[in-house]
Write a protein that binds this ligand. Structure first.
Ligand code: 16G
Length: 254
């Protein structure tokens, strides 16, 4: 059964729109942003249906063309899915861009989900030859290692092993939840990254953490991120649940 939209939805939507009335932005954008805000705040949870186009037009007093454009924007952002003939639903699978440098925390918050972390390991050590290669540091130099289970609320979604040069991140303890937020606060935000994805069958240890049967499909993603000055800032190997994520990229020809 489709979860029912909360009764306060129309009132909340009108409040959000009123707050944007003077922004001078096109109406469809005011509506897209207001709907996104409500989804982020959990007013419309995963799998929940948004009111139909005609309903939204009635609630806002705006045309269906405007409403359609706002909804199309949310579909493009991967926040909602539109099922022809059935309506528009808040995404159950998490849609991630394969071409934008976002963090786990960013992606969950954008969907009104609660990013959580369990540190399986964190500390400082000496770079192994492989880590030294990945981070372009001398073997034996200091690195911070994080091994984290990433969840949305109680639902486990990914396991990540990250190494960061200690010259950039002085200690593992400064990372509370989000690595990228910490790096940003330290004035060393990742600027660009190279990423590789491959399908894997999850091993027993990972399966247990992700609450899956051993051998279930997983998406193994390696990311090497760099600072604006070109220094490598992160090497992370993540295993994401394949049943929870869609990775999308925009392709252009030429
Ligand atoms: C994502 C990145 C990972 C990065 C993490 C930071 C992929 C495949 N991986 O999980 O490389 O370290 O975000 O997230 O997207 P955080 O700021 O929430 O710790």
């Amino acid at each position: 059964m489709i979860p029912v939209m909360s009764k306060s939805f129309p009132t909340q939507l009108r409040e959000r729109l009123a707050a944007r009335r003077r922004s001078g932005r096109p109406r469809y954008e005011q509506l897209r942003e207001s709907l996104h805000e409500l989804i982020r705040e959990g007013v419309a949870g995963p799998g929940g249906a948004l009111p139909a186009e005609r309903e939204l037009a009635r609630m806002t007093g705006w045309s269906r063309v405007t409403v359609r454009k706002a909804l199309a924007g949310l579909v493009e952002q991967g926040v909602v899915n539109s099922k022809p003939g059935a309506g528009t639903f808040v995404g159950e699978r998490i849609v991630r861009s394969f071409s934008r440098l976002t963090s786990f925390t960013d992606d969950l918050r954008a969907r009104g989900l609660d990013p959580r972390v369990v540190f399986l390991e964190r500390g400082v050590g000496e770079a192994t030859p492989d880590e030294a290669m990945a981070l372009a540091v001398s073997p034996g130099s200091g690195v911070v290692r994080l091994h984290r289970l990433r969840s949305a609320g109680e639902s486990p979604l990914a396991v990540e092993r990250t190494v960061v040069p200690q010259s950039i991140l002085p200690s593992a303890d400064v990372v509370a939840v989000s690595l990228y937020e910490t790096l940003e606060a330290l004035g060393v935000p990742p600027h660009r990254a190279l990423q590789r994805l491959r399908a894997v069958a999850v091993d027993a240890a990972t399966a247990e953490l992700l609450e899956l049967p051993t051998g279930s499909p997983g998406l193994q993603i390696e990311r090497r991120a760099f600072l604006a000055d070109g220094r490598p800032v992160e090497f992370t190997r993540s295993v994401y649940r394949a049943d929870a994520y869609d990775f999308v990229a925009e392709l252009t020809r030429g």
